[in-house]
Every structure is written in C-alpha cells, then in structure tokens.
Design a protein around this ligand. Structure first.
Ligand code: BTN
Length: 265
C-alpha cells in the first residue's frame, strides 16, 4: 500500500461508507483488490482507491481508461441484506449520490443516463458497476460497488475511441479538481442514500434519480442480448427498470445499453 492521500477524509464509525479508505498507487482493478479484501472479511463501508488501473473495467466487458493520478477509481465493499435480484438497484442509488456529489462541485451540468452513467453536458464522465458476490453456501453476499469518475483528464488525453462521447470534470468546468475533494463529496452522500435505500427501498431514490435523468422524454434505442427496441424513455419505475414507450405499449427494461436517437451515444 502507498502513502494515502485520502486518509484525511476517512470519516464515521465502522460500517459507514468511507470510514476506512485503502489507497494503492496502481492496481489491475479496484474491483479485484476489493474482492480479495472482502473475501478476507473487510467490513461494510471499506473503500479501495487506486492511483491508476492497468485493467480497469466497465459494464458489458468494456475496459475503463484509468491513467495515473487523473481520475477517481474506487470500489466500495457493501454487505447488504437484500435479495440478489435487487443488487442492480444499488447502482441507481450510487448514481444519485454521485450526481449529487458532482453537482456540489459543478452546478447545473450533471445528468444520469440509465442505468448508471454520469453525464456532464451530455457526455459520459463517470460510470458505476455493482457486482454481487455470493458467500459460500449461505444466502449471504457482498457487493463490490465500483465507481469511476473522469476528473482531470484533458480533452486531448481522451483515447480516440471515446473522444466524441466522453468528457471529464476538468474539461467541462475549465479547472482542475482535487481527487480528495471529489471523494470527500461522494462518500458521505453515498452513505446517506445507501442507508435510505436499505431502510425504505428505492422509491424515494427513484424520484431523486428522475430529477437528473438525461433520457426521460427522449427517443432512444435499447439493445439487450442482440435485440434492439426503439421508443420514448418515460423514466424509471419503483424497481429501477427503464420504462420504454414503444409501438407495442409500455415495456420495462431491466438490462440494456441505451443510445439516444440522433446522438453519438
Ligand atoms: C461503466 O460505465 O461501464 C462502469 C465503469 C466503472 C469503472 C470503475 S473504476 C473503479 C472500478 N474498478 C474497475 O475496474 N471498474 C470500476
């Protein structure tokens, strides 16, 4: 482990998200390090942060661009007692907390694209994965909640394959941001929203999510397992599914990749 620039923002009693923050200068993926720590019994709320990732990964088998010192790469170990089927909802909960955190730094440019992309001025600046890991034969599990935020990448540093669709906090605000400040804005909000979710379910969070929704009212295409559907996004329901108004009626989308008609994404 390396000297920890995030030690100063550790906060709360054991079991609060961010009460313990482990920093590694370089990892393959924070997901893998967190998996190892969780297997060894790391408590709920333990956070892993990497300075760089050599094998950062996103949803649907994509890679996550993770150069040294530019962005926030973190995985939070969660030990929820919810049915496995609800784990995907945690990424919506995290999306709201992330949007609220970034909004506190950059007012008025933050949106969420279902299911779990952070957008700034209509381009992707962050993403979330929630990976459930069953524990042995028991019904217990833990969740590895991975969050990546492009903080100080310049437009020139974006790899060509994402240059049109991705952005960073710096590119959109015109100034650099301390990674510690972004983390300090994020973890307490995540703790609040997660606690709310565990005690009252997704309903209040779904309403907050809707305020940031980039898709509601937009004509979109959703691709899932090779099948594409087109329709107008009508928001999310109380389970976190995307409601798609299609020619065949309202369809609930649980998993999928969304493209906005007429946009790059
Ligand atoms: C996505 O939008 O596809 C999700 C991206 C998640 C990236 C983060 S960076 C920290 C954590 N470690 C990883 O390897 N991935 C997640």
């Amino acid at each position: 482990m390396s000297a920890n620039p995030f030690a100063g923002i550790e906060r709360g009693a054991p079991g609060t998200i961010g009460w313990r923050i482990l920093f590694f200068n370089e990892l393959g993926s924070t997901q893998d390090k967190a998996a190892e720590l969780a297997r060894d019994g790391a408590e709920h709320g333990t956070v892993v942060i990497a300075g760089a990732q050599t094998a950062g990964r996103g949803r649907l088998g994509r890679s996550w661009f993770s150069p040294q010192g530019r962005n926030l790469y973190t995985t939070i170990i969660l030990r929820p007692t919810i049915p496995m089927a609800q784990v995907a909802q945690i990424s919506l909960v995290a999306g709201v907390a992330l949007a609220e955190a970034i909004e506190s730094i950059a007012l008025g440019i933050v949106q969420l694209k279902w299911p779990n992309d952070l957008w700034l001025n209509g381009k992707k600046a962050g993403g979330i994965i929630a990976q459930a890991v069953p524990e042995g034969e028991s019904r217990r599990m833990h969740v590895l909640l991975g969050i990546g935020v492009n903080v100080n990448l310049t437009r020139e540093e974006l790899p060509p394959e994402i240059a049109e669709t991705a952005t960073s906090l710096r590119a959109e605000t015109g100034r650099e941001h301390k990674l510690e400040s972004v983390a300090e804005a994020l973890f307490p909000r995540l703790n609040t929203r997660y606690t709310e979710f565990v005690s009252t379910g997704l309903k209040p969070i779904a309403a907050a999510w809707e305020r940031y929704s980039a898709l509601t009212g937009q004509l979109v295409r959703v691709t899932e397992s090779g099948q594409t559907r087109a329709g107008t996004a009508r928001g999310i329901d109380a389970d976190g599914a995307l409601l798609l108004d299609t020619d065949e009626g309202m369809v609930r989308i649980m998993v999928g990749d969304v493209t906005v008609e007429g946009a790059y994404r």
